[in-house]
Design a binder for this molecule. Structure first.
Ligand SMILES: [Zn+2]
Length: 424
């Protein structure tokens, strides 16, 4: 596997490789080394320019079950070039609306009870509570995004969630009935402080609902392209149970969701679950253990499989380029960056990558500068083959592409292995 590392001061070396960021354990093992890769959302400004690379090496702590990148790139460096790009798909919006309806229908809220969402984005989820007259509060650090949320009538605090902010919120608002933290815990450098904050705001009746892509899916679903520098942590039920307990929280339920290609929804509280729930959580954790999530030998086999997938992907690109000619990509997002940089792709193999974001259309995909174009431009090129990189919403993208591309164009995904997406 690749390659040379370009270390810089932005890398917090050492500690991450030896100490678990969840439990401080020292038995971390190497799960998958992807080599030195650019920060996933960074694109080249000029086709020929160089991009800074950092080691991307997944480790697993067998003591608490937390997956984590070993050498941590500082948040200041990761977010230096980070601009908010609204990419919430119709799949996610529907998922959010369904979640809210379920909570309301099960009678979670008595009059006056309220909901807190951490990383509430532009209010895409909380807005669904408004029509039920349930009070909401969002925490969203990006000021421009928080402003969108406020314009919908959602009270939004524009700060990072920390244990200190949690104490301040508690003083002003009291305990919420529900705390939602979806797709945020992976991005938090100080996971323990975040969990402490959750515990601070968790009253005797509060329920905490956390959704995150699961470590199990990285292993079992071959989803190595969801490993990015900005994803510091990779959760398992074992990790959430153990780390929660260290800070006074009980994992009382786990749900297996299909969203994001396989996420878990963890329910935490200060109270114990009933017997049925306790058994369900135990069974869930047991299945993680028996699937080898915390076993280094299982990850050794996995690393070999990933190498094979990358080799097969490269072979497919070369063969298809030779026989059919016009390969394009769709979705210049983080997943594309991980897989293309992992094979150090030659830019002539993929003619261009289409993306709806205007900002991305002026840039190039590293490492070797594949052009990023608009979807309209893609349609005018009459590609023979299109690679869909965001496989978690491949059906939605495939439907869009099929409406606009010649009938003979083939659509592909490379994860979990090279396959054609739906055949007309
Ligand atoms: Zn640990």
């Amino acid at each position: 596997m690749p390659n040379d590392s370009t270390l810089s001061e932005s890398l917090v070396k050492g500690r991450g490789s030896h100490f678990c960021r969840g439990c401080n354990g020292t038995k971390l093992f190497s799960a998958l080394n992807l080599g030195a890769l650019p920060i996933a959302n960074e694109l080249l400004i000029y086709q020929e320019s160089e991009i800074e690379k950092f080691p991307l090496h997944l480790h697993v702590c067998p003591e608490c079950g937390l997956g984590q990148v070993a050498d941590v790139v500082t948040p200041e460096r990761i977010f230096r070039d980070y601009r908010y790009l609204s990419s919430i798909s119709s799949t996610f919006l529907k998922h959010a609306a369904t979640y809210v309806e379920q909570r309301v229908q099960e009678g979670m809220f008595a009059p006056g009870e309220w909901v807190l969402e951490i990383a509430s984005n532009d209010g895409y989820l909380l807005k669904n509570f408004l029509k039920h007259n349930i009070k909401t509060l969002g925490v969203e650090p990006a000021e421009n995004v928080a402003a969108v949320s406020r314009s919908l009538g959602i009270d939004t605090v524009s700060e990072f969630f920390t244990s200190q902010l949690a104490a301040e919120l508690l003083q002003v608002h009291g305990y919420p009935k529900l705390i939602i933290a979806n797709n945020v815990m992976a991005h938090v450098p100080d996971l323990i402080d975040f969990i402490k904050g959750l515990s601070t705001l968790c009253g005797p009746e509060t329920q905490i609902s956390i959704e995150n892509p699961s470590l199990a899916n990285i292993l079992l679903g071959m989803q190595f392209d969801t490993i990015y520098h900005e994803h510091y942590s990779y959760l398992s039920a074992f990790a959430v149970a153990k780390l929660g307990k260290m800070h006074g929280l009980q994992l009382f339920n786990v749900e297996d969701l299909t969203i994001h290609g396989g996420s878990n929804r963890y329910w935490l509280s200060k109270f114990e679950g009933d017997d049925f729930q306790v058994k369900r959580v135990e069974k869930f954790i047991q299945s993680e253990v028996s699937n080898g999530l915390f076993n280094s030998e299982e990850w050794d086999v996995y690393s070999e499989k990933v190498t094979k997938i990358l080799n097969d992907f490269l072979a497919w690109l070369r063969a298809t380029k030779e026989t059919r000619g016009r390969i394009y990509g769709y979705g210049a997002a983080a997943k594309a960056s991980t897989i293309l940089n992992s094979i150090n792709i030659d830019r002539h193999l993929v003619s261009a990558i289409a993306d709806a974001s205007l900002e991305k259309q002026t840039r190039f995909m590293p490492p070797n500068g594949i052009e990023i174009i608009s979807p309209q431009e893609l349609f005018s090129k009459e590609p023979t083959d299109v690679l869909i990189f965001p496989w978690n919403i491949k059906d939605e993208i495939a439907e869009f592409l099929r409406r606009n591309l010649p009938s003979q164009t083939r659509l592909w995904c490379a994860i979990p292995n090279m396959h054609e997406v739906g055949i007309r």
